[in-house]
Design a protein around this ligand. Structure first.
Ligand SMILES: Nc1ncnc2c1ncn2[C@@H]1O[C@H](COP(=O)(O)OP(=O)(O)OP(=O)(O)O)[C@@H](O)[C@H]1O
Ligand SMILES: [Mg+2]
Length: 233
């Protein structure tokens, strides 16, 4: 279970998160929607342990970053705007590098399998600096799941992907979910949100303004609530 309690984030005199309380049960899949600047990426980075909250806490299965940072980070797969890849390394070398950091066993085999799974088998030995945006995104997805994380935190994962890669990504998300992983995905793509997630949370101005459960494939409801919340600025 992931819990955030009273998360506040300020930078200078700017208030980015205004007290966010959120509980996400193991195995849930949650999409976070909201306009630009609402604080979506910020809360994801705080849950991932990459940014500190000004006040408030994040608990994962009762563990807290202040005491159990490494234990928690091993459970998390984070896909951000930034791919975290080394551009002079090949997909295989990148995956092996990150796999070793997480202590993945059978890393050579696992990395090859993933490169093929994301459809880049043909480019396995090319440095990623020559890759297109969509190719980079594919390999970034593989990097985020190399250690079979229990929690997937994805920030706009569909951006830059072609139709085939979108399908592939959704399959990865649904497969991880079927294996019991928890998924939190920030997105502007409502269609992908309702296709892969059961719950939708809408952020506005650093706060949760809607929390909708059982919205799988219910695009009409999500669009209507979003318009109500975000258009009434
Ligand atoms: N390092 C920083 N310094 C100052 N302000 C920041 C910093 N990082 C984020 N912000 C501000 O925090 C607010 C929320 O940013 P955040 O990236 O979380 O928004 P978002 O909801 O992910 O938006 P988008 O949909 O555009 O990705 C924005 O107003 C942004 O300008
Ligand atoms: Mg963002």
């Amino acid at each position: 279970m992931i819990e955030t309690k009273g998360l506040i984030k300020t930078i200078g005199d700017k208030v980015i998160l205004r007290g966010v309380n959120l509980t996400i049960k193991k195995g849930e899949s949650v999409a976070i929607l909201g306009p630009n600047g609402a604080g979506k990426s910020t809360i994801l980075k705080i849950i991932a342990g990459l940014m500190k909250a000004t006040s408030g806490d994040v608990y994962i299965d009762g563990l807290n970053f202040k005491k159990d940072s490494y234990e928690m980070k091993k459970r998390i797969g984070f896909l951000a705007h930034n791919s975290f890849l080394y551009d002079h390394l090949t997909p295989l070398e990148n995956l092996k590098f990150f796999g070793k950091l997480y202590g993945v066993s059978n890393i050579e085999e696992k990395a090859k399998e993933l490169v093929n799974e994301v459809g880049l088998g043909f480019f396995i030995h090319d440095p990623v600096r020559s890759f297109s945006r969509g190719m980079l995104q594919r390999i970034a997805i593989a990097r985020a799941i190399i250690h079979d994380p229990e929690i997937l935190l994805f920030d706009e994962p569909h951006t830059g992907l072609d139709q085939e890669a979108i399908k592939l990504l959704n399959e990865v998300i649904l497969k991880m979910k079927a294996n019991g992983s928890t998924v939190i995905m920030v997105t502007h793509d409502f269609q992908q949100a309702v296709q892969t997630c059961d719950r939708v949370i809408i952020f506005r101005n650093g706060k949760i303004v809607e929390d909708l459960d059982n919205v799988k494939n219910n695009l009409a409801l999500v669009t209507a609530r979003y318009t109500e919340q975000v258009a009434c600025l």
